[in-house]
Design a protein around this ligand. Sequence first.
Ligand SMILES: Cc1cc2nc3c(=O)[nH]c(=O)nc-3n(C[C@H](O)[C@H](O)[C@H](O)COP(=O)(O)OP(=O)(O)OC[C@H]3O[C@@H](n4cnc5c(N)ncnc54)[C@H](O)[C@@H]3O)c2cc1C
Ligand SMILES: Cc1cc2nc3c(=O)[nH]c(=O)nc-3n(C[C@H](O)[C@H](O)[C@H](O)COP(=O)(O)O)c2cc1C
Length: 763
Amino acid sequence: MRAAVLGGGPGGLNFAISLKLRDASHDVVVIERNRPNDTFGWGVVLSDETLGNLNTNDPVSSKAIRDSFVYWDDIAVHYRGAVMRSGGHGFSGIGRKRLLNILQERALSLGVKIQFETEAAPPDSYKDFDIVVGADGVNSRVRTAYADAFKPDIDVRACKYIWLGTHQKFDDAFTFIFEETEHGWIWVHAYQFDADTATFIVECSEATWRRFGFDRMGIDETIALCEKIFARNLGGHKLMSNARHLRGSAWLNFNRVLCERWSHKNIVLLGDAAATAHFSVGSGSKLAMESAIALANYLDSEPDMASAFRRYEDERRLEVLRLQNAARNSTEWFEDVERYFDLDPVQFNYSLLTRSQRISHENLRQRDPQWLSGAEKWFEQKATGYTPNAARPPMFVPFRVRGIELANRVCVSPMAQYRAENGTPNEWHFVHYAERAKGGAGLVFTEMTCISPEGRISPGCTGLYSPEHERAWKRIVDFVHSETSAKIAIQLGHSGAKGSTQLGWEESDAPLKAGNWAVMAPSAVPWSRENQMPREMSRADMDKIRDEFVRSTEMAARIGFDWLELHYAHGYLMSSFITPLTNRRSDEYGGSLENRMRFPLEVFRAVRKAWPDDKPISVRISAHDWVGPDGIRPQDAVEIARILTEAGVDLIDVSAGQTSTRARPVYGRMFQTPFSDRIRNEAGVATLAVGNIYEPDHVNSILMAGRADLVCLARPHLTDPYWTLHAAAELRYDGVNWPKPYWPGRDQLYRLKSRSEAMTGKV
Ligand SMILES: Cc1cc2nc3c(=O)[nH]c(=O)nc-3n(C[C@H](O)[C@H](O)[C@H](O)COP(=O)(O)OP(=O)(O)OC[C@H]3O[C@@H](n4cnc5c(N)ncnc54)[C@H](O)[C@@H]3O)c2cc1C
Ligand SMILES: Cc1cc2nc3c(=O)[nH]c(=O)nc-3n(C[C@H](O)[C@H](O)[C@H](O)COP(=O)(O)O)c2cc1C
């Protein structure tokens, strides 16, 4: 086979080596515009796993790479005058030039021809070659030449960065330096890559970059200013650029590249040309080199080129997407970092370490147990005011708001049971809520409980509008208080245009087959074409609804509920006032956000007056309509949260969606937590996070990083009412309250856990 490899970076060279290793008779030519010793950039980081993969493919070059490595274990974070250091992270770095020289030498020794200082011609000029590999980096011309076939999607990210080097030593830790200046925050990612040189990447927001005037500076001025800003960290050493060949300033925006296809006829993309991963997760070279190996493998093992390309794409795309996901989280963390500058250094550090969501709480414990236990103690000290002797997982740290203290931070999220008749909770509800309260959660929410018969979603919904309801709920609340350490919250709501619909397990949100009742909403906008047209609410309707909320609140107060939540999410009545998708009013209750919030605020204020002062009120909102700019987006949710908090709401329960049939939600693990994070840290309010959070590790990471104050789990509590007690056993934490009659079961569970730990050698 004759192969033309356009671009001699880590991807192109490793492909050439890998192809030759599989069949020495292949004729492989690498075309590289630079000289062998030219290179932009400085050092790259490679993990042990990548090295293992390189070693299996080619022990010779991998040994040379390993011999040139600089290793370090710690991450140091310089922030607000403190230096925080955690260990166990295990990095290795190598100079990019050294890496390329090793690969060039190895390629030449295997008979690869490298044409340096040669500009690649358009891909279709290589007619004598069987395969043309586009390994020409992030600005790939091969990709551009066949953009119609590859369908690239290039996302230019917000921050500005410049890749510099220095002889100052950063050999004991991968170092992040955050500097506050008169023009805003600016930060550095620094790491050693050979005995006397370190990479020094400077990054900041575009606004800060302009305020500094970097947009008007040449490279020398830029370097002089960066040296001044980071003088304390440079110990008199200079910063150096090796990007002087680039035109204009060497500052860049990171381009996230995705391509719908990676191959076209006999042309195939590799490395940064096909997909990039942000430098803050340090995986671009890894992706390029591992993809190179996979491509060579399939060209060798598959019967023809088309199936080799197919297998290459199938295998690598998954890995690339996984890394791009983590890289996106990490990129966004740096883009939004100004939001976190109010965090205490310990929490800031934790948030930074877990930013990609690839490293969890328990991963951190494995890496540096001492550091994590210090962070856990800090968390508890901040919450309770006293320094504990022993650390406990953040989820088991009590939470206090007004006169209510929750024993821990796990909540049973509100979940409609569709089991009531005429709104009255029955034996099902008694057993259901009693079991969840026995299961250890700090707070158990009731399902959305409706303020009137017409306010119910379905005929099976619970209500709180009659003495019978009051009696039935009181029986449940009394049990929770007398037999468990959980607190219990009532969620009050009105269904609006989504009312008079079928039970959850029937055709959800579809109208009843018979016996529909009339529905109302802020505007005459039906939930869907199949649903009833709601009546547009008059001021008299609003008075009635407000008074019904107050009536239910008074009942909840008499019953003794500990906490009240108003359901302003998911497209029900209050939510449909807030989102412009369903509020089309032209009076003072429609139009601007201020107007759309007017009635929900009026209800809240009336409810607050009727609710005991020493008990909290949370409001659940939909922080994203998932329909683009027509609907609520997370930045609007921050405003909504601010308005509610100023009115006296204690916590925002941050849910999302279910406000429009047009919504296109993006699901995933903890997918709504970023909205809680944003609201908590931008609006400065306490939040509850919810949505696909199912492991103790998720809960601890969210709390410790300051992404929420409490965590709600819904579906996990349907399969396991004792989720919290089981989580405690999993984490070997023995400070939770098991019901006394269950102590023998608890003891056996902990014994079995210890035994299996001893057997697997995990201590
Ligand atoms: C600031 C920064 C820090 C980074 N840190 C890391 C890190 O720590 N770890 C890591 O793994 N990755 C890191 N990366 C990413 C990494 O550098 C790239 O992902 C990696 O180099 C991709 O390899 P490649 O072979 O696909 O492309 P490149 O390395 O870009 O190689 C492409 C080659 O093609 C040549 N070329 C381009 N066009 C032509 C043409 N028309 N004719 C001839 N030759 C051409 C170029 O000269 C170049 O040599 C970092 C990137 C940046 C920007
Ligand atoms: C069966 C069921 C009923 C629900 N009922 C309500 C409800 O009454 N009020 C509410 O705010 N959310 C309700 N939700 C949404 C949950 O509280 C939660 O936000 C959602 O399920 C995501 O959390 P999870 O991934 O832990 O399940 C319900 C969810 C389920 C699965």
